[in-house]
Ligand binder design. Structure first.
Ligand SMILES: [Mg+2]
Length: 375
C-alpha cells in the first residue's frame, strides 16, 4: 500500500477550568489533526498538541512544518516505517509535535492494516494502565475541594503542580491535600523547572514529610548537571520531564546519573518510534518511565495509552488531559477511564476514531499528483 492523500485540520479544545503550572495559565489548546489515507482507502489519524513554552511550537508552526513533511510522504509505503521516519526526520529540524502527529497517524494506519489494536501491534503488555490525576496551582480552598472529589472517585495517584511564587503556599497546598486524602493515595509533585538547584534541595527537604513519591523536573530543562546534583542531594526520587525530549537526551540523563524516572511524552519525542527508543534506553539503565501529556486531545492521548500499554518499563501514566476538556475533536473518546485506569478496546489501530468535523477546519490537502500528460 502507498500513501495517496493527507489532510490537515485545525481545531481548538477548551478546558472545564483554567490550568495553572509554574510556566503560566492556559484555558484552551490549539490543536492540529491529520488524516493520512492509503491506496486501499484505509485512514490513519494523528494529532499535534503544540506547547509554546516547552516545545517552541504553535498551531501555525505545526501547519508550516507539515507543509514541508507531508508532500514528501505521498507515494511512500507506511510499512517501510524506518525509511518513512528517516524522510520525516530529514524534512525539518525539531518541530517534534508536528512529527508526532505524522508518526501517530502512520502507526494507526499500519496497525489497522494488520487488523490489530496498536498496543498489540507494538507487542502488548496490558490492555490497561493506571493513571494519576493532576491538580494545578490554585487556592487552598479550590485545592481541598478538588482533592475531596478525587478521593471520592477513588483516584490512587495525584500529581500536584508546585513551583508557584511562594514556597510556603506550595507546602500548605501539599499539606492540605495529604490531610484530605490520608495515606492511601500516592502523591508526587511537578515543579516544571521553577526552582534553582539550592531552592530545589531546600523545598524537597521541606516537602518530604508529606510522603512524596517523586519530584518531577525541579530545575531548568537544560541544567542536567543541576538535576544530577539535586538527585544526589535529596532523599526523594527525581523524574526528568522537560530535560528529555529525544533518545539522545535520555542518553545524557543516563551518563550523568541525573534521574530515577523519565517522563516520556509523544509531543516531545516526535512520536511513538522515538518514545520506544527512550523506553529502551531507560530500561537498560535501570530507569523507570511514566508516560505524560501536554494538554492533549483524544487522538494523541489514545496513541500515548497504546504506547504505554505496550511497554513494561512504564509503571504508570499521567494521561488525564482529555478528561478535563469541554469539547473534543473526535466524536467520542476511544480510551476509557475506569477506576483510575486508562483502558483500551480490541478495536484496530488507535480505536475507531471518528473526527468531529464541526469542531475542525480543513486547512490543507496533499494528494498524489495525477499526470496530466496527453500521451
Ligand atoms: Mg511535567
Amino acid at each position: 500500500m502507498a500513501i495517496v492523500r493527507a489532510e490537515v485540520f485545525k481545531g481548538t479544545t477548551y478546558y472545564k477550568s483554567p490550568f495553572t503550572i509554574s510556566l503560566g495559565t492556559s484555558y484552551k489548546s490549539e490543536e492540529v489533526v491529520i488524516k493520512i489515507v492509503d491506496d486501499s482507502g484505509l485512514e490513519g489519524f494523528g494529532e499535534a498538541s503544540p506547547s509554546r513554552m516547552i516545545l517552541g511550537e504553535t498551531q501555525d508552526t505545526v501547519i508550516s512544518a507539515l507543509d514541508i513533511i507531508l508532500p514528501s510522504l505521498i507515494g511512500l509505503e507506511p510499512e517501510m516505517l524506518e525509511y518513512v521516519s528517516y524522510v520525516i526526520e530529514n524534512s525539518i529540524y525539531r518541530n517534534s509535535s508536528a512529527k508526532a502527529s505524522v508518526d501517530i497517524a502512520l502507526h494507526d494506519l499500519i496497525s489497522k492494516k494488520y487488523k490489530m489494536p496498536l498496543f498489540k501491534y507494538l507487542g502488548g503488555y496490558s490492555n490497561k494502565v493506571l493513571t494519576d490525576i493532576t491538580i494545578g496551582i490554585k487556592s487552598i480552598e479550590e485545592t481541598v475541594k478538588e482533592a475531596k472529589e478525587l478521593l471520592e472517585q477513588k483516584v490512587r495517584i495525584i500529581k500536584v503542580k508546585v513551583g508557584s511564587e511562594s514556597l510556603d503556599e506550595d507546602i500548605s497546598r501539599l499539606k492540605a491535600i495529604r490531610e484530605v486524602v490520608g495515606n492511601n493515595v500516592k502523591l508526587f509533585i511537578d515543579a516544571n523547572q521553577a526552582w534553582s538547584v539550592k531552592r530545589a534541595i531546600y523545598a524537597i527537604n521541606k516537602m518530604q514529610r508529606y510522603e512524596i513519591e517523586l519530584v518531577e523536573q525541579p530545575v531548568k530543562a537544560h541544567d542536567v548537571d543541576g538535576l544530577s546534583f539535586v538527585k544526589r542531594n535529596s532523599s526523594v526520587p527525581i523524574m526528568a520531564d522537560e530535560s528529555v525530549h529525544s533518545p539522545e537526551d535520555a542518553v545524557e540523563i543516563v551518563k550523568k546519573g541525573a534521574a530515577d524516572f523519565i517522563n516520556i511524552k509523544l509531543m516531545k519525542s516526535g512520536g511513538i518510534r522515538n518514545a520506544r527508543k527512550i523506553a529502551a534506553i531507560s530500561e537498560s539503565a535501570g530507569i523507570k518511565n511514566i508516560v505524560g501529556c501536554m494538554m492533549e486531545g483524544t487522538i494523541s492521548i489514545a496513541a500515548a495509552t497504546h504506547f504505554a500499554c505496550s511497554t513494561k518499563n512504564v509503571i504508570f501514566v499521567d494521561l488525564d488531559s482529555d478528561l478535563g476538556l469541554k469539547n473534543t475533536l473526535t466524536k467520542k473518546s476511544v480510551v476509557e477511564y475506569r477506576d483510575s485506569y486508562r483502558v483500551l478496546s480490541e478495536d484496530y489501530g488507535l480505536g475507531n476514531i471518528e473526527l468531529a468535523y464541526d469542531e475542525l477546519k480543513l486547512v490543507k490537502v496533499y494528494e498524489e499528483k495525477k499526470s496530466n500528460s496527453v500521451f
